[in-house]
Ligand binder design. Structure first.
Ligand code: ATP
Length: 441
């Protein structure tokens, strides 16, 4: 049997659409560029990823969660540096008006869209924040921004959370939410969109202890991706060199995945010093210092180690990694199989009556009713059993259970394993235990 990995993003885009993982936004109107809708299976998979992140980050004594509003006081974005500095350099083709990020295009070469030579404008800064108006009066005082990152909602709530939850340093605040960036060149499916979702955690600590925390979080975050089932040879660390490091940061490493379009960032782990809290103190005029009762009531602005990961890029990595094309070397026996880690698989089990016969369907329906309240399950009775197995392989269902005529006498079903395609017979009364054992994480 031969097996190959995902070769091109187009294969994934096509499977995503065909099987209800991801659709183009507003497709009936011709689509909206760089915006995507997660379909029924996509939202299950993405929720499983987000739930794993939430559990990993908050089922611990030293991290709590919040859900901050997307709109924030406009001064927040002045303080954070986004109004003045959240820019990408942009160039335009003078002929066809196509826009590119100056750092992603060789301007000495012809325009990739129209082929014109010596056609690019000088690079100029383009602010990536979306602006909109709040309230019924449209003037500059009503301008608000769609948040370009979730982190600032955490920084401005630092003292609220610390005091209400009586947290002692070091502690973290975690959040999952939408972020918006008017990217100049979005693309590569859900890798770079204008609306996306982030999972961020800011860990507040005593100045001087940041490197120890930084290393600890690097380890936790790497392991989280491995535990999502990603193959270790497809992820790597990338350290920000001195020229890439933000002026306030004292360390920054990214976790990259080898996507079909090349290596790309999934997560950033950054040691941000006291930059953000100090800026908010300056702009708000309010103290955001912490009184350290363990250190003689010393008052200081905490340092921060941040872990910031994109839910959509994790989704894309998990989809890309799971994709396999297998050929058993016997004519038509090729199959696409999504080898999701069972804990992330959007559908856990499928119940398949061998034929559309009332006596088989009775047993199968009962089994479906029994397992579907605990496990996301599908019931499928249409088409040959081989076709139905292939359909489940393509959406990565770890176990299929087939009810046949023998089931009526021996009260057993055939369980088929997605990866090995091995089949075993088990008694219906044992099905729940079987699933419990195989979905124990
Ligand atoms: P890039 O260099 O790819 O633009 P970034 O360094 O600007 O990313 P961060 O600001 O560190 O990204 O954001 C944290 C995470 O948010 C990224 O690691 C990524 O997973 C996700 N992310 C950022 N921009 C986008 C986007 N346009 N679409 C989808 N996910 C994104």
């Amino acid at each position: 049997m031969s097996e190959s990995n995902l070769k091109s993003m187009a294969d994934l885009v096509s499977l995503s659409k065909r099987r209800g993982f991801v659709f183009q936004s507003s497709e009936v109107y011709g689509g909206l560029s760089s915006c995507y809708d997660y379909g029924p299976l996509g939202v299950e998979l993405k929720n499983n990823i987000k739930n794993r992140w939430w559990k990993t980050m908050t089922l611990r004594e030293d991290v709590v969660g919040i859900d901050a509003s997307i709109f924030m006081h406009p001064q927040v974005w002045k303080a954070s540096g986004h109004v003045d500095g959240f820019n990408d350099p942009m160039v335009d083709c003078k002929q066809c008006k196509s826009r590119y990020r100056a750092d992603q295009i060789d301007t000495s070469k012809p325009c990739p869209a129209c082929g014109s030579k010596d056609t690019f404008t000088e690079p100029r800064d383009f602010n990536l924040m979306f602006k909109t108006q709040m309230g019924p009066v449209e003037d500059s005082s009503s301008t608000v921004y769609m948040r370009p990152e979730t982190a600032q909602g955490i920084f401005v709530n630092f003292l609220n959370v610390q005091s209400t939850m009586r947290m002692k340093l070091p502690f973290g605040i975690a959040q999952i939410g939408k972020a918006f960036r008017n990217e100049i060149t979005p693309g590569n499916f859900v890798f770079r969109m204008r609306e996306f979702e982030q999972m961020e955690m800011q860990y507040f600590l005593k100045p001087g202890t940041q490197m120890e925390s930084f290393e600890k979080w690097r380890e936790i975050r790497w392991q989280w991706h491995i535990d999502n089932g990603l193959r270790a040879d497809r992820i790597r660390w990338k350290q920000h060199g001195p020229d890439e490091l933000a002026h306030y940061a004292d360390a920054a490493w990214d976790i990259e995945y080898q996507f079909a379009h090349g290596w790309g960032e999934m997560e950033g782990i950054h040691s941000r010093t006291d930059f953000d809290l100090t800026q908010h103190e300056k702009f708000s005029g309010k103290s955001l210092s912490y009184v350290d009762q363990m250190d003689g009531n010393k008052k200081y602005v905490p340092y921060v180690v941040e872990t910031s990961v994109g839910a959509d890029r994790c989704f894309l990595a998990v989809m890309s990694d799971a994709y396999r094309l297998e050929n058993e070397g016997q004519g038509d026996s090729e199959r696409v199989v999504m080898k999701f880690h069972p804990k992330l698989a959007p559908v856990k089990t499928a119940i398949l009556p061998l034929m559309k016969k009332p006596e088989l369907e009775d047993v199968a329906r009962k089994l479906y009713d029994d397992v579907s309240s605990d496990y996301m399950s599908e019931y499928d009775v249409s088409g040959s059993i081989g076709k139905r197995y292939r359909r489940q392989d393509e959406i990565g269902t770890p176990f299929c259970m087939t009810v046949d005529y023998d089931s009526l006498t021996d009260q057993s079903v055939t369980i088929r394993d997605r990866d090995t395609m091995k089949q075993e017979r088990i008694n219906v009364s044992q099905v729940k235990n079987y699933l419990k054992d195989h979905f124990k994480f």
